[in-house]
Each structure stands twice: as structure tokens, then as C-alpha cells.
Ligand binder design. Structure first.
Ligand SMILES: [Zn+2]
Length: 349
């Protein structure tokens, strides 16, 4: 893997926000900060469209600081939010979709996503925060959490309200369709895993690959189960890695961190990472049979000691463990007891 976003990488090491950069004729990256988040920023890509106006890929976290960075970034390239004609969103997470409602309101732009994530956004809005919180707690209890601990980890409904009132897209993009960005040939590549409707985009004129959160240069994206998600999201993710591995783009433009070259090599690293996690989990099940995902997560290695895990971090870890369990099950290597709180053991082969 060769780092091409050297200014982004240097800014990362200096703990600073990278600059707005012009990447090609009519294409810029605008870093939009994510407040209080270790990912630090999302890279919004702005495209000059034939016939005038701008297209955006992703929008940023919904906050005043992020809005100021997005509008300031657009001003620095000689545009404004009112010039935006269309918005593509890679997936429904708040750092990508959060500001879309404000962009659409200020510009009248269309907003496009994959149908699977569009459906999820609509469902979140319809359910509301209180229902979402209750169903997430039930889901964690089903993974072996103590109800009081799960309630504490999920937190109060007020904290979820912003996530249940995001913009619902008015256009849908299926795998292989081209986005309505005049002057560009942005082909949607459906890459489920991180979310069921995650989209990457292959720009066929420049051979640039916009990887969203599917392929990042430093971290592996969170692949986890949830009450409304896919049955086997890790299998989806590994299949989606395979689907993009040999595209051989000129450069990879991810939604976080920095641009790079060498997509196949990075895909191989991510695949190997998950295979070694699967092996570690299998060993944990061997030494602790009849365990829940909640119990098994405590036997895996994490970036800090397990007893320091709480709240959202613990939820991510346990639901990620559950995603790995489901893949082991679909490979026939483990079996579940079934019932309201399933436990896991090695399959007899
Ligand atoms: Zn993201």
C-alpha cells in the first residue's frame, strides 16, 4: 500500500485537520470534523458538474462545527452550499448522512443512497428513539448481557434522537447504476457489510475508487450485528472485499484517514485480520464452551483491557464478536443452543 494522501497523513500525525485539497480537475476533498470521535474527520468529496453546480459524496456529522467546516470548505473552492445539485451518501451512519438534511434544505439538491440503507433510515425515523433504545437493549440481553448493564451501555433515548431523524433519501442507487453527476461516470458498487446498503463508487473516467468506510488504510471498519441488520454481516463484508479487490484503481479515496494506492493489498490485509480474529474466537469457544457472545468477547484481545470496556465500545465489541460467531456458524464450525439467550460450542465434525 502506498500512501498518496501525504498531507492527510502528516496532519494525522500532527493531530491537526488536513487541508482542503484539489485532487483532479473539478474534484476536491473537504475534511469535515467529527466532534469527540477518534476517526477525527470524514472526507467529503466535491465534484464540479457539467452545466454548473456541485455534487457531493457524503456530507459530515450533524453539528455546528462540522457545518462550518463544510460550508467553509465549499467557499474555499469558489462554491457554496446553494450550488449543490446532488448528494451521494455511501451509507447511513451519522458522520456521512448527518448533514445531508441541511445541505438539501439549503440547496434543493437530490439525495441518493442504496435502497437497503434508505429503508433503514426510514425505519429509524418511523420507530423513534425510545423504541430504538428498547429494541437495542433486548438485542444485547439476547447476546447474554445483564439487562441493567445493557441499559447503561445503550444510554438514554435523548442521546439517540439525532440518529432517528436523519434525511431520508429521495433517490435510490442500485449496484452498477451510475450517479447523476454530469461530466463524471460514478458507478455505484454495492458493498454490504459495514452496513447492509454501503456503496462504494468507481469513477470510470479517472479510474478513482471512492471506498467509503468499506476499505480504509489504517483501521478495519466495524462489522457488527444489530437488531435490524443482516443475518451474516461479516460474510457479506468479506464477499464485498472480494468484489472490489481486483478493480485495480489508479487511487483509493476513502471516507476517513488518507488516500492510497494498492487496493488489492489492503483488501488482503483486512481479510487476513478477520481470519485471525475468527481463529482466536474459535480457540476461545474451545476453552469456554457454552458461552454467550457477551462472555466470549471478554476472552478476546482488544486494544485495551476488557474490564475497561463499557458503553458504546462494549456494544461494538460484543456485536462484532456476534458477527464473527455467525460466520463461524455458517461455515459449520460452531453451533448454537438456540433459545432466548443462545450459547455457542464447537460443532462436532
Ligand atoms: Zn464513517
Amino acid at each position: 500500500m502506498e500512501i498518496t494522501g501525504t498531507a492527510q497523513r502528516e496532519a494525522w500525525l500532527a493531530r491537526a485537520l488536513p487541508p482542503v485539497e484539489q485532487l483532479r480537475d473539478g474534484l476536491w476533498s473537504i475534511p469535515v470534523p467529527i466532534p469527540h470521535n477518534p476517526l477525527r474527520y470524514v472526507s467529503v468529496y466535491a465534484f464540479a458538474l457539467d452545466g454548473g453546480g456541485l455534487g457531493l459524496l457524503d456530507t459530515g456529522w450533524e453539528s455546528e462545527e462540522s457545518w462550518a467546516a463544510l460550508t467553509g470548505g465549499l467557499a474555499s473552492i469558489g462554491g457554496g452550499v446553494e450550488d449543490v445539485r446532488g448528494v451521494l451518501v455511501t451509507h447511513l451512519h451519522f458522520d456521512h448522512l448527518g448533514l445531508a438534511a441541511r445541505v438539501r434544505e439549503a440547496s434543493g439538491a437530490w439525495l441518493a443512497m442504496h435502497p437497503a440503507d434508505a429503508t433503514a433510515v426510514a425505519r429509524l425515523s418511523a420507530a423513534g428513539a425510545a423504541t430504538m433504545v428498547a429494541s437495542e437493549i433486548d438485542f444485547l440481553v439476547g447476546l447474554g448481557a445483564d439487562r441493567a448493564e445493557a441499559t447503561g451501555d445503550v444510554g438514554p433515548a435523548e442521546r439517540m434522537e439525532a440518529f432517528t431523524s436523519m434525511a431520508v433519501p429521495d433517490r435510490l442507487l442500485e449496484d452498477g447504476e451510475h450517479a447523476d453527476f454530469p461530466g463524471w461516470r460514478m458507478r455505484a458498487v454495492h458493498t454490504p457489510g459495514h452496513t447492509p446498503g454501503h456503496l462504494c463508487f468507481a469513477e470510470e473516467g479517472t479510474r478513482l475508487f471512492f471506498s467509503g468506510d468499506h476499505v480504509l488504510p489504517r483501521i478495519s471498519p466495524n462489522i457488527s450485528t444489530n437488531q435490524a441488520g443482516a443475518a451474516d454481516p461479516l460474510r457479506d463484508f468479506l464477499d464485498s472485499l472480494g468484489a472490489v479487490r481486483d478493480l485495480d484503481p489508479a487511487e483509493v479515496l476513502p471516507a476517513h484517514e488518507w488516500r492510497f494506492r494498492g487496493l488489492a493489498g489492503r483488501v488482503d490485509e483486512l481479510t487476513a485480520h478477520h481470519e485471525s480474529r475468527l481463529a482466536e474466537l474459535l480457540a476461545a469457544i474451545r476453552s469456554h464452551p457454552h458461552s454467550t457472545p457477551w462472555q466470549l468477547a471478554a476472552h478476546l484481545t482488544w486494544s485495551r483491557p476488557w474490564d475497561q470496556y463499557e458503553r458504546r465500545m462494549r456494544i461494538f465489541a460484543v456485536t462484532e464478536t456476534d458477527a464473527h460467531l455467525r460466520l463461524l456458524a455458517s461455515r459449520g464450525m460452531v453451533t448454537t443452543s438456540g433459545g432466548p439467550v443462545p450459547t455457542w460450542t464447537l460443532a462436532v465434525r
